[in-house]
Ligand binder design. Structure first.
Ligand code: SF4
Length: 376
């Protein structure tokens, strides 16, 4: 089927095939949906997909279980909402994560300028992305991005991921300089796909980087000065949940949460988390079986069952296979599915060296209790 590609990085114009239908990824401008867009996406998820909506670590929205014959209608609707790029190349390039904690500042203007400037960007690897992190403090340092526009004590800076310091820029020069840095990366990268890895080779862009960003902590669920922050367990919600919280514009975060802009309180729909102490926030789990063809085990029900055993400050990752999509880094305990059973890895990623192998879900409880005991 033309226009469909296999791979981990789908778009709206290039959906990804999975075991439970197509995954169609929408990239909201400024990592934000207005009320009309959010309600329409909920309707589209129900009309053309499974009704399940994912929120990814780059603040993208994904519709699951989409039928191929629905694509023309979906594309027409997304175009009407201002959420469709003119072509797959432009869509892939518009990989911009925006801070959720901006307030009456130049952030929206910077995002628009960067989107326009990307027309002149070189060809970049699929995971390569930009962050506009220009609230009072930069909060996206732990989120995936290669070129960052941030706030410093001296004004705006442009920072290559992997460098501690950035070069001073203005609201006018930030976007063209970001594209200039992308050209520098493209010219020097060889086979390297991410900025931090290129910087780690000892190369540095020519312009002087002299200023550190002002940094702040990521948002946690609950009432914040910017609105109500609600977390999505495993980064997923039902369409009716999205509709229920779309009482104001929604700012999408890379921490699998949604900020309901300017709203202090809201009846929290079932399936969302407004309490930063909820144990489900300590657990990551991918789609697993049967939704992902690479998985031989179900993941999320097990993760829900095990979550109450995970102490504060600890993390548990239940992965359908060694790829580790839900949590690419290390967790305190990782359970990786293999041939219908689980391997247990301590302080490592899903593909790490197991401490115990071939465990059944029932055997896991005892093992987990033992390994987490030192943290209790
Ligand atoms: S980690 Fe493996 S099983 Fe889980 S979603 Fe990724 S590819 Fe599928």
């Amino acid at each position: 089927m033309s226009g469909l590609v296999k791979g981990w990085c789908p778009g709206a114009l290039r959906p990804m095939e999975t075991a439970d239908g197509l995954v169609l990824r929408i990239r909201p401008h400024g990592s934000r949906l207005d009320v009309e867009q959010a309600c329409a996406i909920a309707d589209l998820a129900e009309a053309h997909g499974s009704g399940l909506i994912d929120l990814g670590t780059r603040a993208h929205v994904q519709l699951r279980g989409v039928r191929a014959e629905s694509l023309p209608a979906l594309h027409a609707a997304l175009a009407g909402l201002g959420l469709l790029d003119p072509d797959p190349r432009a869509e892939a390039r518009r990989n911009i994560l925006t801070t959720p904690v901006w307030r009456d500042d130049e952030t929206p203007r910077l995002v628009a300028a960067l989107e326009a400037a990307l027309d002149a960007a070189p060809s970049l690897p699929p995971k390569f992305g930009f962050a506009v992190d220009t609230g009072e403090r930069a909060v996206l340092g732990g989120a995936s991005a290669d070129i960052r526009i941030e706030r410093s004590s001296q004004g705006l800076i442009l920072r290559a991921d992997g460098m501690a310091l950035g070069e001073p820029v203005t609201a006018e020069t930030a976007a063209p300089r970001a594209v200039g840095l992308a050209h520098w990366f493209a010219a020097h990268r060889g086979g390297i796909t991410r900025m931090a890895r290129l910087i780690a080779t000892g190369l540095a862009p020519l312009r002087p980087a002299t200023v550190p960003p002002l940094t702040g902590a990521p948002l946690v669920p609950g009432t914040t000065p910017f609105g109500l922050c609600l977390a999505l367990p495993f980064g997923q919600m039902e369409a009716k949940t999205l509709r229920a919280i779309a009482v104001a514009p929604l700012r999408l975060t890379p921490w699998r949460s949604v900020l309901v802009e300017g709203v202090a309180e809201l009846p929290v729909p079932d399936g969302l988390i407004a309490d930063a102490g909820d144990p489900l926030l300590r657990v990551a789990a991918c789609t697993g079986a049967p939704g992902c063809a690479s998985a031989s085990v179900a993941t999320r029900d097990l993760a829900r069952r095990l979550a109450p055993m995970v102490p504060r400050g600890c993390t548990l990752h239940v992965s359908g296979c060694a790829k580790g999509c839900a949590h690419p880094g290390a967790a305190d305990v990782t359970l990786t599915g293999r041939e219908g059973r689980f391997d247990l890895i301590l302080n490592g990623p899903a593909g790490g060296e197991p401490l115990a192998r071939d465990l059944t879900p029932d055997e896991l409880t005892g093992h987990l209790r033992g390994h987490l005991a030192p943290y209790l």
